[in-house]
Design a protein around this ligand. Sequence first.
Ligand code: BES
Ligand code: ZN
Length: 854
Amino acid sequence: MSEIQAIYLKDYKKPEYEIKDVNLIFDLHEEYALVTNRMSISKIDESVANISLDSIDLELVELWLNNLKLKETRYHYKNEKLTILNVPTAFSLKIVNKIYPQNNTELEGLYKSGTIFCTQNEPEGFRRVTPYLDRPDIMSVFTTTVIAEKSKYPVLLSNGNKIQCHDSFDERHGVTWFDPHPKPAYLFALVAGDLGVVNDEFTTMSGERVELNIYCDLGNESKCTHAMKSLKESMTWDEEKYGREYDLEIYNIVAVDSFNMGAMENKGLNIFNSHYVLADEDTATDTNFMGIQAVIAHEYFHNWTGNRITCRDWFQLTLKEGLTVFRDQSFSADLNSKDVQRIDDVKALRERQFVEDASPTAHPIQPESYISMNNFYTSTVYEKGAEVIRMINTLLGEENYRKATDLYFKTFDGQAVTTDDFLWAMSKASGVDLSAFELWYHQSGTPKIHVKESYENKIYSLTLTQEIPNAVDGSKQKPYFFPLKISLMNSCGTIKVEKTLLISKEEEIFEFTGLSKNCILSINRDFSAPIIVEQEKTEYSFLMKHDDNSFVKYESAQSYAVEMIESLMHGEEIDQEYVDAFGYLLEVDVDLSFKALLLELPSISTLMQRQEIVDFELIYKAKETLQKHLASIYKEKILELYRKYHKPLNVSIDAKSMGQRAIKNRCLRMLGALDDAEILRITQEQYRDSLTMTDRVVAFDILENTSEELSTPVVADFYKRYKNDTLVMNKYFAILAASQREGTLERVQALQNDEVYNEKVPNLVRSLIGVFARNYKSFHAKNGKGYSFIADKIIEIDQINAQMASGLCGAFKIYEKMNKINKGVMKRELERIISTQSLSKNSYEIIAKILKTH
Ligand code: BES
Ligand code: ZN
């Protein structure tokens, strides 16, 4: 493993060269592609003699410097660098190289998804296309010509505007694209294929007409409607909320089936995983529809936060990702339900980011080092990064925040900048001192806030103590500066005090005078800071009923349920007060999607995070007991609620219809815990009669988790109906891989031989193998079979697609929190993985951190 090296932020050096413009010609053939790359390069630092271009797996054909063919003595190609010796101050460099997109299974650089040629260059894929200074602070103007066979590849796309078609020669044709905006190579894109298209247009606030196209596999055009609508919504929103307008004549989106991530913001040519484009009611769930809206928006918003203003280096990733996630969350909150959006975002943060932050792979939102940059597209950089921007938004207030983002865009447009530059603009425009806030960028781990309350002489006092976890290397970390929204209520639920406290010290006492009686505290309203709050005793049922803050209402229901589940784990009883409060939630008249969240019990992940040594069996059993208890006490009420909102023929995706489906499916799931013949019959009917995928997958999932007898016919029916739709087959594999019935491992192993399954398609691997690795019951089976199966898969997939393999390694991050037996078995498997010959640096980095051997 000697060639594995870490990259450090502290080693950042300014570029020695600039590339003014790039002219690329792609000659695409069935066995290979020929790339001709002409660059105008000049020295920034006159003292350097050589230039080293990043190049991975490239076959050099010829090199020309200022129109002279270079002899082999003038350059060398080793260790992924093409070095040209003794270059002049300014020169043109022409490189012709050959690549093999058809054999590219890593799905980085230029590759094939089915019959479509496409690219993925973030963060460091461009060096697999052609030799280049592949770093985000090298920004250049790109002209691209794509040439391919007319009949197989009628559609030829790249960034920017189409400036020329070359239709003369034989069976081949070509198109030239010009992107006037200087950009880093990671935003370069190319697509060639026989694609269907949906076309629309948008007029920007200054009256410019933009052509909008969404390309997909032929026959899927009708499934692009929702994506197109979302794109127009995003364009309008960014104009209204941030004053940001689109800046090219054309905006293209292409949906492909083989994609490592969700989607990519290439300038003027977004490439999407088809999962985030294609949808109709028969094949997509409500969650899928919401996901499409959010991801379309996210990639569109990058046009300003990422593309016009980009990152100086990859340590700055949160500059574009944290900010853009915050922007897409705000967009979704504005277009849908604000309260539900906030709760969903916090749920996602806690289930993934809090877990990561407590694991051996914990890192600050701005990491200090990495081995593989691909491993740092994490929920910490993204979701915690978004929380950090949200806190800035809270500290500044809406008006100042808008002034500050205006200043940021004005000052840094066209540049590659750092998070310090961003903080400078935030502080400069608002006058708010953010120097103490910077720690959020440089420390890891989730702070815990201990709360003490007292009431004496009509003074209510609140003592808050920050408990800051150590960094992964054991070093001490400092207390944070953050906004904490609170309110104090009297016993009738009337708010007496409502404030945003500014916390900056390890321990702080806040006193509130003039309160004639003791008050009830509502804390971290709207989840104003990404922290864990520890309170001694809380009036959960009071807050569930009276708090006007939806987040705290939800939080109280969750915390109360956690307390009950933990009581059951200790052999204690369930409080009647909790049961009554739950009964109140069943009756409460609120938005139905919100109500569905209120009635949901805490996730296994939430419960697990609270244990020092995880005991899944105990958790599952206690949660099931509570669910059964509630479902049997309230069976009639829940059933009534189900019947009231079950509308099997309604396929609309408006908020009201989605809310109805959310609540009735929550009811069905609660009742599903009962194993009751009547309920199972209703579930079968829902599977049979409902016209939406939302309803069908819920029924399928409940039946799959009940018994083999009920599962078998549904599995067969679903397969027959959808085997030709790979997006739906992802759901099929995921439901089966998440099954809590006996024998899941064996079924998952057998499913790998299904004709629909393909180990080279990331979506399918994630649905079958990825979901199984998060099926705690099967994965952590005491016999170790779950571990060895996933270890085998990691070793195998690592050779196909390292990014996918290192994603699977994540399942082992829980290592340190397992009991002795599991830990022992896990350790053997981790050691087996890390000692594999030619293991990728991606997988190596994750496993080494888990084993603490780096
Ligand atoms: N820039 C990323 C896509 C990306 C990440 C490409 C890592 C290559 C490596 C894109 O903007 C993104 O963040 N996509 C997310 C979805 C988004 C809604 C959070 C993704 O792909 O998961
Ligand atoms: Zn992004």
